[in-house]
Write a protein that binds this ligand. Structure first.
Ligand SMILES: NC(=O)c1ccc[n+]([C@@H]2O[C@H](COP(=O)([O-])OP(=O)(O)OC[C@H]3O[C@@H](n4cnc5c(N)ncnc54)[C@H](O)[C@@H]3O)[C@@H](O)[C@H]2O)c1
Length: 418
């Protein structure tokens, strides 16, 4: 394929790996971010995303040019928008970043360009929100420029599937838009799946995340029931997972974190309400998953009670505070809620996390296991980072509470599992 010039707006967890993927295939990439520090880091050849090694940034060299200026996008054949789509305080879609970036892009949009939205959002965003802003340029979508939606499926920390080996969904405003987007992504993905329009692509992404959220909630609810019934939930799930068909494994845990699962389902719930429809599965799953840190703190209290200790004054060591194993991403991490609740009850909370050296907002730094294991009253596995030796944790800490099932196979009197 002839080298293309691709613009990427928003160089975060999604945009930077995508920029690198195009650059590694020999295409020229203009990476734009409103955050001057990120642009500076890339200009100095430094990465700030765990999944993108600094050597990769230097190896693509001049093929990735970082900028804060939208004018630099005018020379690009395609521009991909990867800005955040969070929730407002009242848990409604916050499209400010999208609106701001689209407004800046419309001022430099040129005929024949392809614009693709990658940010997760509710069905209708590309057509109803993005299109009118881009058309303020005086150009018409589907006629003068191409417009499509293609959801990002990146899973930070995952190495078994890459951008190349994960099929990419695209849905354009017109057939020609879809075809342009298909050609673009064929440069970096082995398989591109086309759908009838942006709405199907937008909803497909939400379905993927809602599917996970609902199934995790089901496991969390069963974990609470198993606690009452005195049955080991992990043994039950391990047994059910031996069925070779009709069952897909999901695990309970301390609650949901990250940028996607706690946020994205509410984008659909919002859209549904506009159409006088109430998405009960989404709301129920959200309610159960958000309650899970409270349940975990109850378990902490109960476990300490069993050894005649109160929460107040007990030293509690949390093992792993990022939202998932193997990464340092703290966004919406349930560990933060667990820490806050435990502190409110008077516990002296410390943490160990090889991926999160500091939590400045809480005035804490990651402690050494050797210093803390024997001295704490309770060690809780909140996020099961692979670097931690859990056999040692059980051997050295006086009491261990495992919210991740990572100690399955270890039997010890001082060990309790979710
Ligand atoms: N992180 C994930 O694992 C993941 C996976 C799939 C989809 N998504 C979706 O992708 C989108 C981006 O997520 P992310 O995790 O990469 O976010 P992020 O916060 O890591 O990165 C977004 C970047 O956009 C920049 N930005 C914000 N407004 C801008 C503007 N007006 N102009 C230029 N740059 C601007 C920010 O400075 C930031 O660097 C979201 O919609 C998210 O839901 C994320």
């Amino acid at each position: 394929m002839a080298p293309m010039k691709v613009g990427i707006i928003g160089l975060g967890y999604v945009g930077l790996p995508l920029a690198v993927a195009f650059a590694e295939e020999g295409h020229e990439v203009v990476g734009l971010d409103a955050d001057g520090r990120k642009v500076e880091a890339l200009r100095e050849g430094r990465s700030y995303i765990e999944d993108v090694p600094t050597e990769t940034i230097s190896s693509v060299g001049d093929r990735l040019v970082a900028t804060t200026s939208y004018e630099d996008l005018a020379a690009c054949e395609a521009v991909l928008i990867c800005v955040p789509t969070p929730l407002t305080q009242s848990r409604e879609p916050d499209l400010t970043y999208l609106v701001d970036s689209a407004t800046s892009l419309s001022a430099v949009l040129v005929p024949e360009q392809l614009v693709v939205l990658e940010s997760t959002t509710y069905p209708g965003t590309t057509r109803e929100r993005l299109r009118p802003i881009l058309e303020e340029s005086g150009l018409a979508a589907g006629r003068d420029f191409h417009l499509a939606f293609s959801p990002e499926r990146i899973d930070p920390g995952r190495t078994d599937y890459t951008i190349r080996t994960t099929p990419k969904i695209v849905g354009g405003l017109t057939e020609a838009c879809t075809e342009r987007a298909r050609e673009l992504y064929a440069a970096i993905c082995d398989e591109v799946v086309t759908v009838s329009g942006p709405e199907a692509a937008e909803l497909a992404k939400l379905l993927e995340n809602i599917f996970r959220s609902v199934n995790i909630a089901l496991m969390n609810e069963l974990a609470m029931l198993c606690d009452r019934l005195d049955i080991d939930i992990w043994e039950v799930i391990d047994a059910a997972a031996t069925k070779p068909f009709g069952f897909m494994r999901f695990d309970p845990g301390p609650g949901m974190g990250g940028h996607c699962l706690p946020v994205d389902p509410f984008y659909l719930a919002y859209k549904a309400r506009e159409h006088d429809f109430y998405t009960e599965f989404i709301e129920l799953a959200g309610k159960i998953n958000q309650n899970q840190p409270h349940f975990c703190v109850q378990r902490m209290e109960h476990s300490l009670n069993e050894v005649s200790k109160p929460m107040r004054g007990s030293r509690i060591l949390l093992l792993g505070v990022s939202y998932k194993a193997g990464v340092g991403d703290m966004r919406e991490s349930p560990a933060l809620k667990i820490m806050r609740l435990a502190r409110e009850m008077g516990a002296d909370v410390v943490y160990h996390d090889p991926h999160v050296p500091e939590l400045p907002d809480l005035g804490l730094s990651s402690v050494e296991l050797a210093d803390e294991l024997a001295g704490c009253d309770l060690a809780c596995v909140v996020t099961a980072h692979p670097e931690v030796d859990y056999e040692r944790v059980v051997a050295e800490a006086p009491l261990v509470l495992d919210f991740r099932g990572v100690t399955r196979g270890i039997e010890a009197k001082n060990l309790v599992r979710l």
